[in-house]
Ligand binder design. Structure first.
Ligand code: FAD
Length: 445
């Protein structure tokens, strides 16, 4: 059996690894010149760094198990998280119950209410009961207007923008609270966040090497232009590669797994049956836009800062070197300024220079001493299809991994539910779909 996989992100590589382990011949096609997809890295001071900030929670057991299987268990390091919120011109720590009790922008009653609501969500296992309500309505009703305005409303708006923040189904927020609390000890006094010693890049590079050592292939800078369908069955791929002398060629396969975003997938097949296509195209995505500042000194003392100040044009400030030692990056300090945007948003349309110029004046609001002379270098990255926008009652509309075409499978972040997207869940999904594919194939034989 020979399987073609489109995409060398977490899902595609995890699936390819399991298929190769099962003795299947796999070829992974990746249009980018690197593996890792959204969790890919580039070099800063000769050390790999994610294009978009990344960490793991202790509950991310699927990716942690895979790391153990491929010999990377000892590469994982756990760090006490420092999470804060910027509100009213000040940074407030917001990790422990004690931090919440000291959070003066809320009245004592609201602080207690926020704590209680968090505990209710943490202990609630029946997420289905929350499916028919939006996060926006639920928080306003249960946590109250003030908690919404100060803390969770800005978070929601930041992640989904003004256009979509009212649509998000409550399982998204339930999942966020669950994963965050699962990463705290019983005492809740601290939260642990994981980061692999050699970056997330090491996980994906090792997976690619393992796949190749079992006879599989991972072909970079090689995009798939079409999935060839004959009599309702996926039989091959039309491939485009800069490095291949033929540039465009076809390969035949017994089964194909695509890990492309939902809006890309229908364009790869001749004619997608309407019902399935609607399930795909109804889910829109936010894109992530990141400016990375390489500084000669620290900017804040928190790792993750939610910016709840609407006068500031970015919604997250993630100071990577407040989790990972700056000595790894030549003693430079690394700060991501992050936004999730629709592609028609004015900030999305700005180039590196314009966006940096837009952001810089606002950094002084967070640290009054900040001076542009601290900046050694800046980078700019855009990650398309970064965050699917999942509305209410999504369990009734989620697209199946088995597509309407025989032997053609889809595994992308819109199929992760009720949890939110994340490397852990893409690994889990890739592994589940490889099992599904093997089962179907042996039944069809
Ligand atoms: C800013 C940001 C921060 C994040 N932070 C975290 C975090 O802290 N922790 C965490 O666990 N997760 C985090 N995530 C989420 C995580 O990175 C993703 O959920 C996960 O990497 C998705 O993996 P995937 O394989 O499903 O998809 P992708 O990574 O999107 O992989 C799909 C691949 O398919 C390729 N492709 C698409 N079309 C074609 C084609 N036609 N031919 C060939 N190849 C094609 C793409 O180039 C891509 O490499 C973050 C994401 C972003 C954007």
């Amino acid at each position: 059996m020979k399987v073609g996989i489109i995409g060398a992100g977490a899902a595609g590589l995890a699936a390819a690894y399991d298929l190769a382990l099962a003795g299947i011949e796999v070829v992974v096609y990746e249009k980018a010149s690197f593996v890792g997809g959204q969790a890919s890295t580039f070099d800063v001071e000769s050390t790999p760094l994610e294009r978009g900030y990344h960490h793991l929670f202790t509950s991310d057991t699927d990716i942690l198990s895979l790391m153990t299987e491929i010999g990377l268990a000892d590469r994982m390091e756990w760090h006490e998280s420092k999470v804060g919120i910027f509100y009213g011109g000040k940074i407030f720590n917001l990790v422990t119950p004690m931090d919440l009790l000291k959070f003066s922008p809320l009245s004592i009653i609201d602080r207690i209410r926020m704590g209680l609501v968090t505990m209710i969500l943490k202990t609630k296992t029946d997420w289905k009961a929350l499916e028919n309500v939006t996060t926006d309505e639920w928080i306003k009703t249960w946590a109250g207007k003030r908690v919404y305005e100060v803390v969770w409303g800005p978070l929601l708006r930041g992640k989904f923008g003004d256009r979509h923040y009212k649509e998000i189904g409550m399982p998204w927020f339930w999942g966020k609270i669950h994963t965050r609390f699962a990463s705290r000890g019983k005492s809740m006094a601290k939260e642990l966040l994981g980061y692999p010693k050699g970056s997330f890049g090491e996980i994906f590079d090792t997976l690619a090497k393992r796949i190749e050592s079992m006879g599989g292939k991972v072909k970079l800078s090689t995009g798939v232009k079409k999935i060839i369908i004959k009599e309702g069955k996926a039989v091959g791929l039309l491939i485009e590669s800069d490095s291949d002398p033929k540039r465009e060629f076809t390969e035949t396969f017994d089964a194909i797994l695509s890990t492309t975003p939902s809006f890309v997938f229908p364009k790869l097949v001749p004619k997608m049956p309407k019902e399935y296509e609607n399930r795909l195209t109804k889910v829109q995505y936010m894109s992530a836009v990141l400016i990375i500042l390489i500084l000669d000194r620290p900017l804040t003392n928190v790792y993750w800062l939610n910016v709840a100040d609407r006068s500031i044009p970015f919604v997250g400030l993630i100071e990577h070197t407040n989790m990972i030692d700056s000595s790894l990056y030549g003693d430079k300090h690394i700060v991501y300024l992050s936004n999730y945007l629709n592609i028609d948003h004015p900030l999305y349309k700005m180039d590196h220079k314009q966006l940096l110029a837009e952001y810089l004046p606002h950094i002084k609001k967070i640290n009054a001493d900040f001076n542009e002379s601290w900046i050694v270098k800046t980078y700019y990255h855009k990650v398309g299809a970064a965050q699917p926008i999942i509305g209410v009652n999504y369990s009734q509309r989620i697209p199946d991994h088995r597509t309407p075409f025989e032997r053609l499978y889809l595994a992308n972040t819109t199929q992760i539910y009720p949890e939110d997207r994340g490397t852990n869940y893409s690994v889990r999904m890739g592994r589940e779909v490889s099992k599904l594919l093997l089962k179907d194939y042996s039944l069809a034989k």
